[in-house]
Design a protein around this ligand. Structure first.
Ligand code: ATP
Length: 577
C-alpha cells in the first residue's frame, strides 16, 4: 500500500494575495458550492513563496477548512471551558483582595442600602413566619368526595358519624370500613379518633374526619331524615380558630403576592411626591440683568417688579398692588428662563423654579398637591419668586380632554394665585411658547395680568448677546469685530443659537489644539449651526470639482458656460437657456 500523502502546505505563487471567496448567501446549496470552490482552490495552490495563514492553521490540517459566519474561513473551534486560565485569574484576584477589604466593602454596601435591607429583611421575616405557621398548623386534609357518595354510603349504612361545619358548606363523615385496613373494626367516631391518634403518632397530626363533601342546597331535610332513619350520629361544630386563621392567611397571601408589584409602584409614586429629597428648596440665583441682552423691553418690565420687591418703588402709596403673575411669551431660546432667573438674582430673593410637566401626575390629586406644596413653601419664604416653565403643560384650556387630573392641577394653580393676600410678596413668573393654548382664566387680570413678549433679537441685540457669551472666550481678533461679523450673518437667530455658535467655535478651536478662537472657527460654527454638521453644500462648483477629479478629460469637452461642443450640458442633457 502506498504511504498516505503528506498534507499539502498552503503556499501561494501569485504576487497578489489569494482571494478568499466568501458566501454571504444563506442558502445551503450556495454555501456548499463556495465551500467546494474554496477547498479545490486551497488544495490546488502550490507555489514557491509560502504564505502561511497562522490564524487558519491550514498547513497541517488534513480536513477541509470550516466555513464560519458570512462564509468566512474560521479555525475549527474546539469546545473548551478554559478552566485553567480562569482558575488562575480567580486565584490572583482572591490574592489581591484581603478579607478585611471584603468586610469593609460589605459594611459600606449595608450602610448604603440600609433601607432596602431593612425592608427586605422584615418582608422575609413576615413571609417566614407565615410559612412556619402554615407548616405547623397543616393537617392532613380529608378526602373530598362527591355529595352523591355520602348519600350512597348513608343508604348502605356504612356511615358512622357526620359533622356539619358551621359557617361553611362542608360536611365531614367517617365510614365503617375506615379502620379495617389496620386490622381493627372502627365503628364510630371515637374509634376513629383512636385511629386518628395512632396516625398522629405517625405523622404528628390528627385526622379526625376521613371524608368531606359539599352540602347541596335544599337537600338538608332529606339528608337529616336519612341519618335519623339509619341511626347515624350527626353533629355540627364551628371551624377551629387555627383553621380560620389559616384560611385567612392563605387568602391574604394569595391576594397580596400578585398585588405587591402594584403596591410597590404606588409606593414609589407617593414617595417621589412626598419624599424629603423632593421637598422644595429655594435656589439663590447668580444671573443678573447684565447677562441677558437683546430683550430690552422685557427687561424693563421685569426691572420694575424687582424694584417693587426691593421696596425702592412705593407702589402702596398710590393704592397699587404688586402684580401677582408675569407671563413671558416668546419663541424657544429667546431667554425667558434666563430673564426669570435674572429677576431673582437682581431682587436677591428665594427663587423656586419648576417645570409645569412636574405637576403632570398619574394619580388624580397628586399634581394639585404638589402645587399646594410649592406655594405654601414660597409663601413661607416670602418675598420670593416662583418660576413655572412651559406653563402650557398644565395651563391648557380646561374641558378639552378627559384628563381630569390636569384640570384639577390647573384649578389648584388658579386658586393659589387668587389666594395671595395683598401683602404677600410672592410673584409667579411663567414662560410659554404657546400662549394661545392657555386657559383664559389664567390670563385674566389678577393672575398673569402682565404679559411680556420676549421676541427674537435684532442686529444690535444679537451683537450684545454675542458679547455676553464671548466674555470668557479668548479670541484672536477684536471681540467687537467678531460680534459684528456673526450678528450680520445670523438674522433670525435667537440667544440660545448664538450661545451655541460661541460654544461650537470654542470646541472647534480646542479640537484644532489652538490657544485662541480664530475667525475660521467661528465661521465653521456658523456653518454648522445653519446647515448641520458635515452637511456639505453641493453647489455647481463642488460637483464640477468632484467630476474634474474623477474624469480629468471632461473640462476639455465642456465650455465655460457648462455646455458641451454639441450644445449638450456636461452630463449630456440639452440646456433650455
Ligand atoms: N437674551 C439672551 N441673552 C443672553 N443669553 C441668552 C439669551 N437668550 C438665550 N440665551 C442663552 O440661551 C440659553 C437658553 O435660553 P432660555 O432657556 O432662557 O430660553 P427659553 O426662552 O426659556 O427657551 P424655552 O422656551 O425653550 O424654554 C440660555 O441659557 C442662554 O445661555
Amino acid at each position: 500500500m502506498a504511504p498516505p500523502a503528506s498534507p499539502p502546505l498552503l503556499t501561494h505563487a501569485c504576487s497578489s494575495p489569494p482571494s478568499i471567496l466568501c458566501s454571504t448567501s444563506s442558502s445551503s446549496s450556495k454555501s456548499r458550492n463556495s465551500y467546494k470552490v474554496l477547498s479545490s482552490s486551497f488544495t490546488s495552490l502550490s507555489c514557491s513563496t509560502p504564505i502561511l495563514f497562522p490564524y487558519l492553521q491550514l498547513s497541517h490540517c488534513s480536513k477541509p477548512p470550516v466555513l464560519g459566519i458570512h462564509g468566512k474561513l474560521n479555525p475549527r473551534r474546539r469546545f473548551s471551558l478554559r478552566l485553567r486560565p480562569r482558575l488562575r485569574l480567580l486565584s490572583s484576584r482572591l490574592k489581591r483582595t484581603s478579607l478585611r477589604d471584603l468586610v469593609e466593602d460589605l459594611g459600606v454596601a449595608l450602610r448604603r442600602n440600609s433601607r432596602i435591607i431593612t425592608l427586605s429583611a422584615s418582608m422575609s421575616a413576615v413571609l417566614g413566619f407565615c410559612f412556619l405557621f402554615l407548616k405547623l398548623t397543616a393537617v392532613p386534609a380529608s378526602k373530598v368526595v362527591p355529595y352523591s357518595e355520602l348519600v350512597t354510603e348513608l343508604q348502605s349504612g356504612h356511615v358512622t358519624a357526620v359533622m356539619f361545619e358551621e359557617g361553611s358548606r362542608r360536611i365531614f363523615y367517617n365510614t365503617r370500613g375506615d379502620g379495617r385496613e389496620n386490622g381493627e373494626t372502627v365503628v364510630d367516631g371515637e374509634a376513629l379518633a383512636m385511629e386518628g391518634r395512632k396516625e398522629k403518632e405517625k405523622s404528628g397530626f390528627v385526622l379526625k374526619w376521613k371524608y368531606s363533601t359539599r352540602k347541596i342546597d335544599h337537600d338538608e331535610n332529606y339528608l337529616l331524615s336519612l341519618m335519623r332513619e339509619k341511626g347515624v350520629a350527626y353533629s355540627s361544630a364551628p371551624q377551629s380558630v387555627i383553621m380560620t386563621l389559616r384560611s385567612l392567611l392563605i387568602t391574604v397571601i394569595s391576594l397580596w403576592i400578585p398585588l405587591t408589584p402594584l403596591m410597590w409602584l404606588l409606593y414609589r409614586q407617593l414617595s417621589a411626591a412626598n419624599g424629603p429629597a423632593k421637598k422644595r428648596r429655594p435656589s439663590n440665583q447668580k444671573v443678573r440683568f447684565d447677562d441677558v441682552e437683546g430683550v430690552d423691553a422685557a427687561k424693563e418690565e421685569l426691572m420694575e417688579i424687582v424694584s417693587c420687591l426691593q421696596g425702592s418703588i412705593n407702589y402702596k402709596k398710590l393704592g397699587a398692588k404688586l402684580p401677582r403673575g408675569v407671563l413671558l411669551v416668546g419663541p424657544p431660546g429667546t431667554g425667558k428662563t434666563l430673564l426669570a432667573r435674572s429677576v431673582a438674582g437682581e431682587a436677591g430673593v428665594p427663587f423656586f423654579s419648576v417645570s409645569a410637566s412636574e405637576f403632570v401626575e398619574l394619580f388624580v390629586g397628586r399634581g394639585a398637591a404638589r402645587i399646594r406644596d410649592l406655594f405654601s413653601v414660597a409663601k413661607k419664604c416670602s418675598p420670593s419668586i416662583v418660576f413655572i416653565d412651559e406653563l402650557d403643560a398644565v395651563g391648557g384650556k380646561r374641558g378639552r380632554s378627559f384628563n381630569d387630573e390636569r384640570d384639577q392641577t390647573l384649578n389648584q394653580l388658579l386658586t393659589e394665585m387668587d389666594g395671595f393676600e395683598s401683602d404677600t410678596k410672592v410673584i409667579v413668573i411663567a414662560a410659554t411658547n404657546r400662549p394661545e393654548a392657555l386657559d383664559p382664566a389664567l390670563c385674566r387680570p389678577g393672575r398673569f395680568s402682565r404679559k411680556v413678549l420676549v421676541g427674537e433679537p435684532d442686529l444690535d441685540g444679537r451683537k450684545r448677546i454675542l458679547a455676553v457669551h464671548l466674555r470668557g472666550v479668548p479670541l484672536e481678533e477684536n471681540p467687537e469685530i467678531i460680534c459684528n461679523l456673526v450678528a450680520s450673518l445670523t438674522p433670525g437667530f435667537v440667544g440660545a443659537d448664538l450661545a451655541n455658535i460661541v460654544n461650537e467655535a470654542a470646541l472647534l478651536a480646542a479640537r484644532r489644539g489652538g490657544e485662541t478662537v480664530i475667525r475660521e472657527d467661528v465661521m465653521e460654527a456658523i456653518e454648522r449651526a445653519k446647515f448641520g454638521i458635515n452637511d456639505r453644500q453641493f453647489t455647481r462648483n463642488v460637483v464640477r470639482k468632484g467630476l474634474d477629479k474623477l474624469f480629468p478629460w471632461i473640462p476639455s469637452l465642456i465650455k465655460r458656460d457648462g455646455t458641451t461642443e454639441d450644445g449638450l450640458g456636461f452630463l449630456g442633457y440639452q440646456t433650455l437657456s
